[in-house]
Each structure stands twice: as C-alpha cells, then as structure tokens.
Design a protein around this ligand. Structure first.
Ligand SMILES: Cc1cc2nc3c(=O)[nH]c(=O)nc-3n(C[C@H](O)[C@H](O)[C@H](O)COP(=O)(O)OP(=O)(O)OC[C@H]3O[C@@H](n4cnc5c(N)ncnc54)[C@H](O)[C@@H]3O)c2cc1C
Ligand code: SF4
Ligand code: SF4
Ligand code: SF4
Length: 435
C-alpha cells in the first residue's frame, strides 16, 4: 500500500523538507518538480516496502505529536518580549559584501568551524546553471560557504541520509519548515539526535515555485548563468530584486515590482498557510531588520533572534571572536517591522481560502489554529482563493508551457496599456489636439 506521503503532497501540505527521503531505508523517495515548481517527494512503489518510516518522520502528519508538543514550549508569536534580539553585520568585509543581509549566518558558521564546534554545515547552494541543491560543507571548505537567500523549496534534510554514520556536530541552516521536519524526524529516528548540534534558522515569508528561476532567467543568457536575489554589487540593488549574470557580467535585472507580482502567482499554497514564519524551532534566527531604528538599509544588516540557551551561546561566541558588530534592539520593533499583524491576518484568511479550495487542514497545526482566533476578511479570502486557483492552474500545465504563460500573465496589463496609449496618441494627432 502506498505511504501517506501521497496524501501530504495531494493536499498541498508538503513543505519539501526532505525528512521522508532521509529515513527511507530503500531509497524509494526522490524529488520531482511540478508545473508551477513545487518540489515534491515521489515514491517508487517498485522499491517501497511499506515500512511507513517516511510517514513517521513527516512533519505534516506529525504522527508522534512532536510539533504540537514543541509548540507548547516555545515562545509564541505574540510573546516577543521574552526573546533577546540583536542587529548586526559581519566584520569580514568579503562575508558582509556577499551576504543577503548582514552576512551573519555565514559569519556564525565560520566561528563554529573555527572553534571546532561543528564538522559539517548543511546549507543551500545554487551554483551557476543549475537549480538550488542542499549541500554539506566540511571544515576544509569553510571559505566557500554559499551566501544569499534562494527563494525556492529545497529538500535540505535529505542530506542527512548521505552523511557518514560517525558524523557528530552538524549545524543546519534552514527555513522554519526545515526545522519542523527536523523536529519530527528526530522523534522518529532518535539515533540522529546527537548529530545536529546547532540550528540556525531564517525568518521566512515564503518561497516561490522553482519555475520562477526559469522565468527570471528566460531566455537563458548561457548554459551557466547565475541568478542573485539582492545583488549588492549592482549599484541600484534595492530596485533590481533579481539579477541574472553570465560570469561577472550582469545580463538582466528584474525590478522589485515584477518580483512582487510574480510572488502572487508563484507562492505555493503551503506557504500561504504557514503559521511558523518566525522559525519557532531554531536556536537562533536570522532575518532582515525591517523597521528598526538606525539600521543601515543601504548596505544591509541582519536581525538576530535568540530562541534558547544554545542561541545565546552562539551569540556569546560571535562576540568573543569579534567577528561581527552586534547591538541589542527592541523585540517589539522587530515584530512590527516584520508586519506580524498583517501576516497573522493574512494567514487566517489563507487558512479559510485553503479550506474553500478543498484542501484538508494540516494535522500538525491544529493547536495553533485554535489559538489564533482572529476575524477573517471576506475580500482578502476571495483574493487568496483566486491566487490558489491560479497556482493550481499552472500546476496542471507542462513545465515547458509555464514560462510563456507567466510572461503573458505578468505583462499582459502593461502591453494593453502600451497599445492603448499608442492608439490615443494617433487619435489626438488625427484630431489635431495636444492633450
Ligand atoms: C525563502 C526565504 C524567505 C525569507 N523571508 C524573510 C522574511 O520574510 N523576513 C526576513 O526578515 N528575512 C527573510 N529571509 C531571511 C533573509 O533573506 C536572510 O537569509 C537572512 O537575513 C540572513 O542573511 P545573512 O546575510 O545573515 O545570510 P548569508 O550569510 O547571506 O547566508 C544565507 C544562508 O541562507 C541559506 N539559504 C538560502 N536559501 C535558502 C533556502 N531556500 N532554504 C534554506 N536555506 C537557505 C544559505 O544556505 C546560507 O547559509 C528569508 C530567507 C529565505 C531563504
Ligand atoms: S514506506 Fe518505507 S520504503 Fe516506502 S517510501 Fe516510505 S520509508 Fe520508503
Ligand atoms: S517529510 Fe517533508 S518533504 Fe516529505 S512529505 Fe512530509 S513535508 Fe513533504
Ligand atoms: S512560508 Fe513556511 S512552508 Fe513556506 S517556505 Fe517558508 S517556512 Fe516553509
């Protein structure tokens, strides 16, 4: 009988964490890209022995109640004053320059390697010409830690199956859903528990389907183009949300407004109903310091939230090694800067739109569903319903059809405007008027 992983993917509950692949004893699970670019596990039923270990590890199914249990013990979204918050930037100019925000994730990994606290860092990389992939970095490769945020789902936890059995001392850099996967996985496979020493989380407002990468790079300038979100080497990087390069040469920039429009079309429904955007299960969490007074928004800084004693230990190490400049900032300012009220309201409307689209509720989140009892707003629900329906239409298309469709959806309005302006101009010319 096929495992319930199929139910998880059919209901749009899958966050692509990779926990299922990590535990499968017969390597029956691989990941495939859907039309709109979800990155989903697929079970090879010829290999599958129906052992059900993948179900036990899946955070969406939460068979052991590990996610629900953990939610009882972490500071909730609204308890922000219990959390120490810092802003800062890496002291090493190269790390800082290449960082997405202040380069603090990479500066932290460097310290952990230098102090021999870890032997491996599990990170996400997007080398030129290929889609993102999970990657295990070892001590000798510390200088080549990948930087920047990659707005695509990546099955980071799959890597755990590939590491040698005697590895002890891993730092995992991941999105909130990677840590949900890890929480569930460690309950199912306790032999892995001692291996993960540090959990470096990122804040997250959602990924884009992987087809966004094909869209941004269309037509590809070469076979090994590279794509950078927020390229600090580009003079007007705040307006150019994405740059596409061929070697050192920037071939194309995608304006911030176009990226926002694409976000509406390509955010996977799972991200719309994600209640864990502040990364509840990490030791320390990194993000952008939106809304904090006196921040260097021109060149970037990182926001750092300490979630537990391990997180504080990490910050103490950073201070001792003087590898970053850090200062305390107000937690409530950070919360407002992340527009938590708007996110929670939108989350509430999204859950309703999700139900109306016929998808079931994620079992793991039943407790948090009850806690955030906020009024849902009808027009917003309608808008999100349309968004989900558009995504599902793209899902039904072949991958080769998606980019042309996206181009039409993105620029149709602008082309119509251009044609109208031209027609009006000709009309005015014929009538001899000037306005
Ligand atoms: C999909 C996504 C959504 C985000 N949303 C928000 C948000 O709403 N608000 C906010 O304040 N911050 C958000 N962030 C975090 C922010 O973009 C920066 O990653 C964070 O501030 C750290 O910057 P840095 O300069 O310290 O990291 P860097 O030194 O540049 O290191 C970046 C690290 O991110 C890891 N990474 C990149 N892409 C992924 C991925 N897809 N999955 C897992 N790990 C990845 C890399 O492995 C690398 O270790 C998001 C990040 C991602 C990837
Ligand atoms: S049921 Fe067992 S063998 Fe089948 S895919 Fe899941 S983990 Fe692998
Ligand atoms: S374990 Fe993770 S990747 Fe696998 S089905 Fe569950 S949510 Fe998806
Ligand atoms: S919004 Fe939630 S589900 Fe989506 S990528 Fe971020 S953490 Fe994962």
């Amino acid at each position: 009988m096929s495992p319930e992983i199929n139910i998880v993917t059919a209901n749009n509950w899958c966050c692509s964490c990779g926990a299922c692949k990590a535990v499968c004893p017969v390597a029956a699970i691989s990941f495939v890209e859907t039309g709109a670019g979800r990155w989903l596990p697929q079970v090879d039923m010829l290999r599958c022995t129906s052992c059900r270990r993948c179900e036990q590890a899946c955070p969406a199914l939460d068979r052991h109640g590990a996610i629900k249990e953990a939610l009882e013990h972490v500071p909730a979204l609204e308890d922000s004053e219990d959390i120490a918050v810092y802003a800062g930037k890496a002291s090493d100019p190269d790390i800082y320059k290449c960082g997405q925000s202040g380069g603090m994730v990479t500066a932290t990994l460097r310290v952990l390697f230098r102090q021999r606290k870890i032997t491996h860092a599990l990170v996400v990389d997007m080398p030129p010409g290929i889609h993102p992939r999970p990657r295990a970095i070892i001590l000798d490769e510390t200088a080549r830690l990948p930087q920047k945020s990659i707005y695509a789902p990546v099955d980071l936890l799959s890597l755990l199956a590939e590491l040698p059995a005697d590895v002890n001392g891993i730092a995992l850099v991941g999105l909130p859903c990677h840590f949900e996967g890890l929480t569930s996985l460690l309950t199912a496979e306790s032999n892995l528990s001692g291996k993960i020493k540090y959990r470096l989380g990122l804040l997250c407002d959602g990924v884009l389907g992987r087809s966004a990468i094909d869209f941004f790079s269309y037509p590809p300038p070469s076979t090994d183009f590279s794509l950078t979100y927020k390229n600090k080497f580009y003079p007007d990087y705040r307006n150019a949300a994405v740059t596409v390069s061929d070697g050192d040469k920037i071939i194309r920039t995608v304006p911030a407004a176009a990226r926002m429009k694409l976000k509406k079309l390509l955010t996977p429904p799972r991200c719309l109903i994600c209640a864990n955007k502040m990364n509840l299960f990490a030791d320390v969490v990194f993000g952008d310091p939106w809304g904090i007074d006196g921040i260097d928004m021109e060149h970037g800084e990182s926001l750092i939230l300490i979630r537990n004693a391990m997180g504080q230990e990490i910050v103490d190490m950073i201070r001792q090694e003087q590898c970053a400049t850090l200062r305390s900032v107000s937690a409530s300012e950070a919360w407002q800067g992340q527009q938590m009220d708007t996110r929670i309201r939108r989350w509430n409307s999204s859950c309703e739109a999700y139900r109306r689209a016929g998808f079931g509720e994620i079992p793991a989140w039943s407790r948090i569903n009850k806690r955030l009892d906020l009024p849902a707003e009808a027009p917003e629900i309608r808008a999100i319903s349309e968004q989900i329906s558009m995504f599902m239409q793209l899902e039904k298309m072949r991958q080769t059809e998606v980019v042309p469709r996206l181009l039409r959806l993105m620029y149709r309005g602008e082309w119509t405007e251009k044609i109208l302006r031209r027609v009006k101009k000709i009309y005015r010319k014929l009538k001899g008027t000037s306005c």
